[in-house]
Design a protein around this ligand. Structure first.
Ligand SMILES: [Zn+2]
Length: 109
């Protein structure tokens, strides 16, 4: 590696640059590789709140993984809204049909 201060090539294990005496900060490789994750996307799909939290936590260090969590959360929220709309439409349609049946049965009585 190279000294960030004077640019001289120094040993990778060096803590202090032998040429200028600057403390060399170790470049720590990220423990977890940042890659998009299907499973975190799926988790976020079912638990959008979790996805949102993961997105906030990861957005700086692991943008790709954060993105998959964020997209999962968004899709989960949209799916939830669509599902609740469909459900309410279905329920109102059912109740309409039921009232129709009841009205019909009372008509013939
Ligand atoms: Zn140096």
């Amino acid at each position: 590696m190279y000294c960030p201060h004077c640019g001289k090539e120094i040993a990778d294990i060096a803590v202090i640059c032998p040429a200028c005496g600057t403390k060399v900060e170790k470049v720590i490789a990220p423990v977890e590789a940042d890659k998009s994750s299907f499973w975190f996307g799926l988790l976020s799909f079912f638990f959008p709140i979790v996805g949102l939290i993961l997105f906030i936590v990861w957005k700086d260090n692991m943008p790709k993984r954060a993105k998959s969590a964020g997209i999962g959360a968004i899709i989960g929220v949209i799916a939830g809204i669509v599902l609740s709309i469909l459900l309410s439409v279905l329920i109102s349609a059912l109740s309409f049909m039921m009232s129709g049946i009841i009205a019909e049965s009372t008509y013939y009585m």
